[in-house]
Ligand binder design. Structure first.
Ligand SMILES: [Zn+2]
Length: 116
């Protein structure tokens, strides 16, 4: 199955680039778990969070096989390349999730207003 590729400087929010990497890597790893995006700009985040700039994505992790969690995160970050960072937040808690963000430049508002 073909992967989704996004050219550099195509002019979209970094969150879209992250979402494509998550989808491609989930497919490549053939994960038995459903991959659920739990937040981009919605929900509650710390003030000045990259989420509010369309530069961060949260992905549910608690339904992943334990051994697949770090492999998945590392592969997504490798695929994204320089400037992106991520971590497994709240490990072992009901709120556990992957937080993946663009850290390679300033916070900038995405091109469009939030669409519900
Ligand atoms: Zn987050």
């Amino acid at each position: 199955m073909a992967e989704t590729k996004i050219k550099q400087n195509v002019g979209i929010a970094k969150a879209v680039v992250i979402l494509a990497a998550v989808a491609n890597e989930a497919h490549r790893l053939n994960l038995p778990a459903e991959v659920v995006i739990t937040s981009v700009s919605g929900g509650w985040h710390s003030k000045n969070s990259r989420h509010y700039f369309g530069q961060a994505v949260d992905v549910r992790s608690k339904n992943f096989p334990h051994t697949a969690k770090r492999v998945f995160l590392q592969r997504v970050l490798t695929r994204l390349g320089e400037g992106y960072t991520g971590l497994l937040e709240g490990e072992g808690s009901p709120n556990e999730h992957f937080h993946i963000q663009w850290s390679g430049g300033p916070r900038k508002r995405p091109l469009t207003e939030e669409v519900e």
